[in-house]
Design a protein around this ligand. Structure first.
Ligand code: 9YT
Length: 132
């Protein structure tokens, strides 16, 4: 069994910040943990807008605090997000994520994130394996 606490992750290489400072992602479970998915405790900072396209991953996101919205660019739908909202990108949808207040999100990725991934210029996480 794996037991891990957020305060053990903060300040380590599992604590990853976007280059533009829009979000910080604490990676509680990674590919190397062998679960088949990764799980992150992510804060999207208030006042930010981030373009994202998880071309190589499926992601489910459960908001547990804060307020904002997701604009699904593939389907032309904008959805408000607050504590208790889940969205699951089961179609690799291109989207904008906007936070009005700091949004705390529990994010699950399949395939699992390996560790250092951040968005490239197209909003994509590269597909990495443990051998990379
Ligand atoms: C919700 C979202 O996609 N935020 C960007 C960061 C990412 N989820 C991560 O790596 O935790």
């Amino acid at each position: 069994m794996i037991i891990r606490r957020l305060d053990e992750v903060i300040g380590t290489d599992r604590d990853v910040e976007a280059e533009n400072g829009n979000w910080v992602s604490r990676r509680l479970l990674l590919a190397g943990d062998g679960m088949g998915f990764s799980m992150h405790d992510t804060t999207i900072r208030a006042g930010t807008e981030t373009y994202i396209h998880y071309a190589n991953h499926l992601e489910a996101v459960y908001c547990v605090a804060g307020e904002g919205e997701i604009e699904d660019l593939d389907n032309g739908v904008t959805t408000q997000i607050s504590d208790g909202t889940l969205y699951a990108l089961n179609g690799h949808e291109r989207h904008y994520l906007r936070a009005r207040k700091d949004m705390r999100m529990i994010c699950v990725f399949n395939p699992p994130v390996v560790g250092p991934e951040t968005h490239d210029e197209n909003g994509v996480y590269p597909l990495m394996t443990l051998d990379d």
